[in-house]
Design a protein around this ligand. Structure first.
Ligand SMILES: [Zn+2]
Length: 142
């Protein structure tokens, strides 16, 4: 049995080239941001006024670092799917993802319906976050 792919070789080659370029770029960003985070860690204690600002800068660097890592992982998985001839197939329901969606987000692994479900469940997962802040405000009032 031949493995079925909804895309012809030329189109797959285009996606592959695009994803490879993105992979290289992300690897560069991950490395660069990683260096900056380590630089912050080694800079030691600063005076009190600078610390909150510095802390914020570090937080956003760490966020950027993990974002780039996640993105890199997605791109690598997409390249694997091209390798395994299941690129363009939703990993959750097995439906075809659709060319337009793939051209907009080549590293996507889910069709639009499944993506919405995934995002919805992620939002539910983080819904407990504001509670400690509410507790803090209560203690200020008393
Ligand atoms: Zn799906």
């Amino acid at each position: 049995m031949e493995s079925y792919s909804p895309f012809d070789k030329h189109l797959l080659a285009q996606f592959k080239t695009g994803l490879r370029n993105q992979q290289r770029e992300l690897q560069r960003v991950v490395e660069e941001v990683g260096k900056q985070v380590r630089g912050f860690a080694e800079s030691g204690p600063l005076d009190v006024v600078d610390t909150s600002c510095d802390h914020f800068a570090k937080e956003s660097l760490v966020a950027r670092s993990s974002q780039s890592r996640n993105q890199l992982r997605l791109v690598e998985l997409a390249l694997e799917r091209i390798q395994n001839s299941n690129f363009g197939t939703c990993v959750a329901c097995g439906d075809s993802i659709g060319l337009k969606r793939l051209q907009a987000i080549p590293w996507t692994s889910h069709c639009i319906q499944c993506q919405e479900r995934v995002e919805h469940s992620e939002l539910e997962g983080s819904a407990s976050l504001p509670q400690p802040i509410a507790g803090l405000m209560m203690s200020f009032r008393g």
